[in-house]
Design a protein around this ligand. Structure first.
Ligand code: ZN
Length: 273
C-alpha cells in the first residue's frame, strides 16, 4: 500500500460560472471550497486567483487573503500558480511567492501555443529567474509538463542549478498545444523521467479518468478539480470540487492504496517543515 497525493485545482484561470456554477472564484469561495476538498481527502490545493470580473489575476493581495482564510481552517499544502493572467509581468508572476512563501508553486517548463488562441510565454530568462526566486524563498517548484520537450528543459535547468533534485513533476495532458491526454502519452513521459523524482498527472476533459487510473497504476499522484475538468461524467457537471476529490480517493482505495494526508504529502515531496 502506498500513500498517494490528491491535488485539487479548484479554480484555474479560465472556466467561469457559466461553465459550472459551482466553480469557486472569490477568496471566500475558494477558501471554503479548499476546506471541503481537504475534508474529502485532498492534501494539496493548487490555487489561481480571479479579479472582480472573474478573469485570471496574479494579484498578490488576492492570494494573501485566500491563503490566510485557508490557513485558519486547515493545514493543506498550498501550491500557488505562477501563470494564468494575460496582463502578468515577470515580476507579478513571482511577487506573491516572495510575499507568501508557499510550500509549492507551479513552474511551467517551456513556452507553448495555448488553446489555439494565444502564447503561453515562459521565456528562458524568466524560467532562470523564477527557479532562483523559488530557491531563495524555499518554494518547491511543481514542474508542469505539457509536452516531452518541457521535460527535457527541466533536465537542462537541473544541470544548470536553476532546479534542484529531487524534482516534482505534474504531467498536464490534453491542453490544445500540448500532448493529448492518452495513456500511451503518459507512459511515454513516465519512461523518460529519471528515477528518484515524484510525479503526478491529470487529463483535461475526456482523458480525465483514463489518466487518473493510469497514474495510480504507475505509482504516481493525481490532480483533479475544475481547473482541468468541470464535468463529473458525460454531460454531467461536477457538483463540487470535493465530489471530484472524493472520486479520486475511491479510485486510490480501489487500487489498494490510501490518500495521503497533508503531512504525509510533505514527507513524500520533501517539503520544508
Ligand atoms: Zn493552474
Amino acid at each position: 500500500m502506498s500513500k498517494l497525493i490528491i491535488t485539487v485545482a479548484s479554480t484555474g484561470a479560465w472556466p467561469s460560472k457559466k461553465d459550472n456554477p459551482a466553480i469557486p472564484l472569490t477568496p471566500e469561495e475558494i477558501a471554503a471550497d479548499v476546506y471541503e476538498c481537504y475534508q474529502a481527502g485532498a492534501a494539496v490545493a493548487h490555487l489561481h486567483m480571479r479579479d472582480d470580473e472573474g478573469k485570471g489575476t496574479m494579484s498578490a493581495d488576492k492570494f494573501e487573503k485566500t491563503v490566510k482564510l485557508i490557513k485558519e481552517k486547515c493545514n493543506i499544502i498550498l501550491n500557488l500558480t505562477t501563470s494564468g493572467d494575460l496582463n502578468a509581468t515577470d515580476e507579478t508572476r513571482q511577487a506573491h511567492l516572495k510575499r507568501l512563501r508557499p510550500e509549492l508553486a507551479s513552474y511551467d517548463c517551456g513556452t507553448m501555443n495555448w488553446m489555439n488562441n494565444s502564447v503561453f510565454m515562459n521565456h528562458p530568462k524568466f524560467l532562470e529567474e523564477l527557479g532562483m526566486t523559488m530557491q531563495e524563498y524555499g518554494v518547491k517548484p511543481e514542474l508542469e509538463i505539457f509536452d516531452a520537450g518541457m521535460l527535457y528543459n527541466s533536465f537542462y535547468y537541473l544541470k544548470k542549478g536553476v532546479l534542484k533534485a529531487p524534482l516534482h513533476y505534474q504531467f498536464v495532458l490534453g491542453a490544445a498545444g500540448g500532448m493529448t491526454a492518452t495513456v500511451k502519452n503518459l507512459v511515454f513521459l513516465h519512461g523518460l523521467m529519471p528515477e528518484g523524482n515524484t510525479w503526478s498527472a491529470l487529463g483535461i476533459g475526456k482523458g480525465h479518468i483514463p489518466i487518473m487510473m493510469a497514474a495510480i497504476a504507475l505509482g504516481g499522484h493525481v490532480r483533479v478539480g475544475m481547473e482541468d475538468n468541470v464535468f463529473y461524467g458525460p454531460n454531467e457537471l461536477a457538483k463540487s470540487n470535493a465530489q471530484l476529490v472524493e472520486r479520486a480517493g475511491n479510485f486510490i482505495k480501489l487500487a489498494g492504496h490510501e490518500p495521503a494526508t497533508p503531512d504525509e504529502a510533505r514527507e513524500i515531496l520533501g517539503l520544508r517543515v
